[in-house]
Ligand binder design. Structure first.
Ligand SMILES: [Zn+2]
Length: 114
């Protein structure tokens, strides 16, 4: 009879199946289970619990959409953990830079369509 190893989590945040499923979609759940709790929390917050964009074009479209339709400026980052991208709140110092980038993106999209 084979025994199946089950990763053990001391962290109560990872006690539900949905979170376990989300972790397993992004990474090797056994490697994850061996990380210390603060590292796990950091990865959960910065990656697992966030929507994953697989390429920068998707991020750009999302930033423009949020800016145009909801008047929300978002920041984004490349994720060291999953290799994709995530969006996050923008702080004041980065807002101006991001807004310029969004306006440039919109101009580029408009020029290409003409
Ligand atoms: Zn990620």
């Amino acid at each position: 009879m084979r025994t199946v190893a089950i990763p053990t989590f001391r962290n109560k945040c990872i006690s539900n199946l949905e979170t376990l499923h989300q972790i397993s979609e992004r990474t090797d759940i056994f490697k994850f289970s061996k990380l210390d709790e603060s590292k796990q929390m950091q990865i959960l917050k910065g990656c697992i619990k966030k929507y994953r964009f697989s390429c920068i074009n998707e991020v750009a479209q999302h930033l423009v959409f949020k800016y145009d339709n909801e008047a929300i400026t978002l920041n984004f980052y490349g994720c060291r953990f999953c290799g994709g991208y995530h969006v996050t709140k923008v702080n004041q110092s980065r807002r101006e830079q991001i807004e310029k980038m969004i306006i440039n993106l919109k101009n580029n999209i408009t020029e290409k369509q003409l």
